[in-house]
Design a protein around this ligand. Sequence first.
Ligand code: 5HY
Length: 243
Amino acid sequence: MRIRVVNPNTSAAMTARIAAAAAAVAAPGTLVDAVHSSFGAPSIEDHHDDVWAAAGVLEQVRRGQAEGADAFVIACFGDPGLHAAREVADGPVIGIAEAAFHAASLLATGFSVVTTLTRTCVIADHLVLQYGFERKCRGIHGTDIAVLDLDGADGTCFETILGTAREALARDRSGAIVLGCAGMADLCGELQQRLGVPVIDGVGAAVKLAEALVGLGLRTSKSGDYAPPLAKTYAGLAQPWSP
Ligand code: 5HY
C-alpha cells in the first residue's frame, strides 16, 4: 500500500525527519511517500500559520488522491485541514494528534502532551475537546522550543523535553506522554527509555493506524459531511482549487 505522509510546513529538513520516522515503523509492503506543502510557513506555530497549513494539506492530498494513494497522514500536531482532506480523499486520512491520543488512551488511564511553544498548547486543547479525549488528557505542556530548533535525540532540546515530561507525569498523575510535534519523532525511543512510560510519536501512530484501516478494507465515509466538496467556482487566488 502507498501512504502519503504530508508535512504541512515547508521545511525540507523536517520532512526528511518525518519520512525517516514513518519508514522506520512502516510494514514491508507499505510505501511511504513523504511530501511537504509547496507554499506556506516553514513551521506551524500559531493560528495564522495554521490557515496556510490547511491549504497546503489540501494541495498534497489532492495530488495524492490523483496519484492513487491508499491513505494519508497529516504530519503536524495541529492536524490542519483534517476534515477538508477527508472530503477530498477516498482512503483514510489520519492526523498525528488524533492518532497519538487514541494510542495513548489504550495504554494509560491518562496521558500528558509535551509540545513546542506554549502558545500552541491551545491548539492541542481544542483538538482534545474536538476528538473527545477530555477525560483522558490530563495536561498539555509547552517547552518553548521553536519547531525548527528541535535538534534530535543528541541535542540540547532533548533534556528540556525530558524534564518537562517528567514534571508532567508527576503533576498530571498521567501514565503516558504524547509528543506534541512531528519534529520530535526521533526523540521517542530515547525518551521512552529514560522515562519508563509509553511515549507516543504521532507520526508512527498515524502510519500504523492508516495501515490497519487500509488492511481492513476501510475507507473514509462518503455519507454526510465527508462527501466530496460541493462543486462551485472559487475566486481569485483560490480559483484553481475550485472543487
Ligand atoms: C508540527 N508545527 O508538528 C507542529 C507542532 C506545533 O510545524 N509541525 C509544525 O508546535 O504545533
